[in-house]
Design a protein around this ligand. Structure first.
Ligand SMILES: NC(=O)c1ccc[n+]([C@@H]2O[C@H](COP(=O)([O-])OP(=O)(O)OC[C@H]3O[C@@H](n4cnc5c(N)ncnc54)[C@H](O)[C@@H]3O)[C@@H](O)[C@H]2O)c1
Length: 267
């Protein structure tokens, strides 16, 4: 017999950065829980593929192109969701890009690129969602951060400017939680450790170009970062925590960063 069931039937959810990776799977999970999901990502074709998968499985979804670094585009997606469904219950700020260039060598252009998506993109999602959700007197906002936002590592290239943006995301989570508190809007962040998405494939590609064995390198990364023996996290592992934070069971949780990282961020 089950106990806690997550039912989001009748709710409207918007997921930024949902064309692939963690965001795509979280969108599928939200739809399975009954929500109408608005997918928004840089590449519309990817969102359409996720939308088709959701609808084939009996869920409800809509897809649009959106660059989160442009606040107008973020606002338009939220507006469309609200106009079509008459509500806005859940916003997931998941869009993010990596930055693997070592700290000292990273160009101004590259630093600005990672700031504009990871930091400004989240800022835009938080500001627009709070402005729109206030009138309903309830809402759940979840942002994807990273264990890299908690501390840098003394070996390899470290997390550099990527970690810097995720530390900013952690801070914004608190600020937005205080801003939303009077309106019963919960704002939290989930920090994955390692999930084998395009982001990691790109890192492995770079290592492979340096003559390293791809599978061996992947194993080494897991051992280096993740204390828990089961290793890397699945896309679903991250989604379970996000769904929990979007559910009634998390009504008393706000301003928190919760790491789903196999212990990677543990001091
Ligand atoms: N994969 C990991 O190990 C890991 C670990 C910690 C944190 N994260 C975080 O998880 C989130 C998702 O990453 P992922 O691993 O699934 O990556 P991914 O590259 O597989 O997917 C990222 C998604 O975000 C979209 N996106 C990127 N820039 C965007 C922009 N400017 N506007 C709109 N959409 C944009 C992409 O199009 C894609 O759909 C990111 O915030 C990332 O920093 C990932």
């Amino acid at each position: 017999m089950g106990f806690m069931e997550i039912d989001l039937s009748g709710q409207t959810a918007v997921v930024f950065g949902s064309g692939k990776g963690i965001g795509a799977v979280v969108s599928e999970q939200l739809a399975q829980a009954g929500a109408m999901v608005y997918l928004a990502s840089r590449t519309e074709a990817n969102c359409i593929k996720v939308m088709e998968k959701i609808t084939e499985n009996g869920g409800k979804a809509s897809a649009a192109a959106c660059d989160v670094s442009d606040i107008e585009q973020v606002n338009e997606v939220l507006q469309k969701a609200e106009e079509e469904t008459g509500r806005l219950d859940i916003v997931i700020n998941n869009a993010g890009i990596d930055c693997v260039t070592p700290f000292v060598e990273c160009s101004q252009e590259e630093i600005m690129r990672v700031i504009m998506t990871n930091q400004m993109g989240v800022n835009n999602g938080l500001q627009c969602a709070l402005r729109r959700m206030k009138k309903y007197g309830h809402g759940k906002i979840v942002t994807t951060t990273s264990f890299a936002g908690r501390r840098d590592l003394p070996h390899g290239n470290g997390f550099g400017h990527y970690g810097m943006t995720k530390a900013a995301v952690n801070y914004l989570t608190q600020t937005a939680a205080f801003a939303g508190a009077d309106y019963n809007i919960n704002v939290n962040a989930v920090g994955p450790g390692i999930v084998k998405t395009k982001m990691w494939e790109d890192i492995l590609d770079t290592d492979e170009a340096d003559g390293k064995n791809r599978e061996q390198t992947w194993e080494e990364y897991q051992k280096k970062y993740i204390p828990l023996a089961r290793g890397a996290q699945s896309h679903e592992d991250i989604g379970y925590m996000m769904l929990f934070l979007c559910s009634k069971y998390a009504d008393s949780i706000t301003g928190q960063v919760i790491y789903v990282d196999g212990g990677a961020s543990t001091d």
